[in-house]
Design a protein around this ligand. Sequence first.
Ligand code: MTE
Ligand code: MTE
Length: 657
Amino acid sequence: MRYTETGFDLEVDLTKGNIERVATSQELTGRYLGGQGTAAQILWDRVPPEVDPLSPNNLLIFSAGLLDGAPVPGANRTSISTISPQSNLYINSGLGGFFGPELKQAGYDKIVIRGKSDNLVYLWIHNNKVEIRDAGHLQGKNALETAALIRQELKDPMIQVAAIGLAGENRVFQASIEHANSSASRGVGVVMGDKRLKAIAVRGSRDIPVARPAELFERCNRQYGDVYDNPHCGDVFLKEADDSWHVSHLGWRNPPNGFWSEETTRELAVRVERDHMSYQWENYSQEMEEVHETIVEKSEIVRGTGCFNCPKNCHLVVSLPGERIYFLKNYSRLAYAMAAYPDLKLNYDVLSAMQNYGLDEFAIPQVVDFVVTLLQAGILTDADLPEFPADSSGRFLYLLEKIARREGVGDALANGLYQAARTIGKGAEAYERSAKKIEQLPVRLQEANYPHFLMYAVGDKMNITQIEGSFPQIPIPDRKEREAFVAQWDAAPERFKKWFLDWEPGEQLSIEAAVNIVDWNEAMHFSDEALGICPFLSSFRGQYGGHPSYHLHNLPTYISLATGEELDAEGLEAIAKRTRLLVRAINVRRGLRSSEDKVPQELWENRNPELEQQHLDAYYAFKGWTPEGIPTRETLVSAGLEYVSRDFAARGILTDN
Ligand code: MTE
Ligand code: MTE
């Protein structure tokens, strides 16, 4: 008997129209748990490096976290893994909401999609009944409309739908997959669109058995209360007008080029910069507070919504006086939102427009900024942008449409900035900023933070999300406050507490500390992704008050009670590290080397290339990788990945075998 996981994957071949229910190996679960872990193994096994991301042989894998559907609070995430046409590397994106638990209740841990359909289709999964259905009538609809139409058509309001918008249909590289209030955002929608798969609709009515129900329920009930009461869990910023945390911890400011500052925020940007340098953000923060109050306090919160079995409401539906209803998500006031604050209307118009097209809201503002900068530099001209509006909002919406439809200049932009700059030419490359060919947030860390540098440089999720991590991002100036922080920091190993205690403002952490912090953050991140746990309850939250509801030490208890398999913190860490290594191996096999482990020049001020290289060298050595960034045979074998080392040897990637 297998507990918590169903033991079956759904294999769908869209070229042949073939659907199979395939039993999975329990041994694989033991090695990788679920979610991203087992999906990465499938990609390693079945998508060799020769496979083009936009060929029928690329796989798109929707994988529910191992604990999804069990009573574990906040375990609801679905990991979506594939090879990205933008970077030609592994990409993992995820969504919360209700999709993963529903999939489990329908009797599957994963949906593995290969091939390409000739016409637009959607997949309908209802327990044992699985169909590929025509989606011609859904063409051009946004994800929420698509979900509503499918529910109507199938006469069941409880169906869970993950869908692409127009951008995904048109194979825009920055397309998202949207579900309920959640979104797998960083460019997996393009592969779904390329397969001509508009949506997946799921409805399940089975129970998900757990190994030790009484003990698990007792424990989960307590945990539900802890998450509910824990001020450091959930989206801690959403309802607070005071956004000083983001301002002081990350060097958020306007994108490097000129769009926002030109039109709206020159002064604001200067202020951010000034206040940042000195850590005196109070004035700035107060102004932000006042602006934010317009939305949060003066507007009516229509409702708060959350994800499956989570007591937190990280998504708000708000109604601004005299405006239509807006959907405010946890990230809504991050980087670009901050830059756009003086123009609230613009901010919320572009947010909802991006959501409607199904576009990554981290990537697109940078694309818009890039275009305006090229225009100012004379690289793009009026002829490239016929009838380009003069105002910010008009420009943004104009470009959104061009990108989503791949019209005119939008066709190049829809391949991502890296490729667009090379298509446009005439020196456009100089204005393009990406990491591993994917747009990253315009986070400018003015004072170097080397754990961030490392996470940015070696991150495999292709998203700065990973840099949040469990370790505070700036030191607390007052030692007494540091001591109080450390006293209740139950998630952290002792040496981390000491590093934090000794960390004075203006000083750098040691290289040893930086490398260990990154390794720890990675272990937490890969555990979350395998289990389906939201890091707003775990890995991101250690940095606020040291008391995240989940961490490496208590997660094994939930896993053991749910699955019946004994696991301790060491075992969980070993699994997370194995997955991290496997993901690296997939990328190494696709050509990733240390020369690509870098951050864009402009994303980091006060650069010290020598110190950066020392950190990278120390990280590779710590991980057991060569200076080229390739895991050694010894490292692979000791992590149980001998088959990877054999593959590397056969391909001449490793010669030490
Ligand atoms: N959960 C996992 N496992 N992995 C992640 O990268 N990202 C967090 C949070 N939960 C993340 C995660 C961040 S930064 C955000 S903004 C929200 O998920 C996004 O929620 P959604 O994916 O449901 O839209
Ligand atoms: N884009 C859309 N359309 N919707 C979103 O919710 N969330 C942003 C960004 N882009 C978001 C989005 C946030 S907060 C994060 S951390 C990343 O996408 C999450 O990337 P992932 O979904 O690929 O993990």
